[in-house]
Design a protein around this ligand. Structure first.
Ligand code: HEC
Length: 162
């Protein structure tokens, strides 16, 4: 008699544990559902990134890459080592134009045209210094062999010099 009662109690205990387990599994399935949702929000983010591009496609593409890649602190170190002799960052005059306020400013060139100091312009100014000469300056900037990462760093640094 006693034994039977006990095993019935045990049975109930088992049933309770089992239903808890089932409930736990149910939760797991919900979690999987959540993971399944993740790619949707990623593509939403991608769509948002795309949405910012149409303004001027190519530049914005490079923009996005460089903004992520460029390290302003590295850029400052490169400036100190290779550029500071000719470029100030505080508006001071030197052999080359100051970098203060350069980012996205309108730069007058010696051929009478103006250009916006964006990613593409700054990159070309570094890779091919004599392609576009800033009005009032001479083409004495040497061709310095910076790789893409270093240029991204320099641009990130220039972006901080508003
Ligand atoms: C020997 C002097 C000299 C050195 C060193 C030098 N530059 Fe220049 N840089 C110039 C001069 C002069 C100009 C303006 C004439 C021209 O556009 O080439 C200039 C122009 C520029 C411009 C365009 C600026 C503007 O206001 O439109 C950028 C960007 C630039 N340099 C980047 C660099 C970077 C980055 C370095 C270091 C890795 C560097 N320069 C080192 C002399 C120098």
């Amino acid at each position: 008699m006693r034994r039977t009662k006990r095993s019935i109690f045990l049975l109930f205990t088992f049933a309770a544990i089992l239903s808890l387990l089932v409930a736990a599994c149910g939760d797991d399935e919900d979690d999987t559902g959540g993971v399944g949702d993740a790619p949707v929000s990623t593509s939403t983010a991608a769509a948002e990134a795309d949405a910012t591009e149409p303004a001027d496609d190519d530049d914005d593409d490079t923009d996005a890459v460089d903004a992520g890649d460029g390290d302003a602190e590295e850029g400052r170190a490169i400036w100190q080592a290779q550029c500071a002799a000719c470029h100030t960052i505080d508006g001071g005059e030197a052999i080359g134009p100051t970098w203060q306020g350069l980012w996205m400013s309108e730069v007058a060139l010696d051929d009478g045209s103006t250009v916006t100091a964006d990613e593409a312009y700054i990159t070309e100014s570094i890779q091919d210094p004599n392609a576009q000469i800033v009005e009032g300056y001479s083409g004495v900037m040497p061709q310095l062999d910076l790789d893409d990462d270093e240029i991204a760093d320099v641009i990130a640094f220039i972006q901080t010099l508003e």
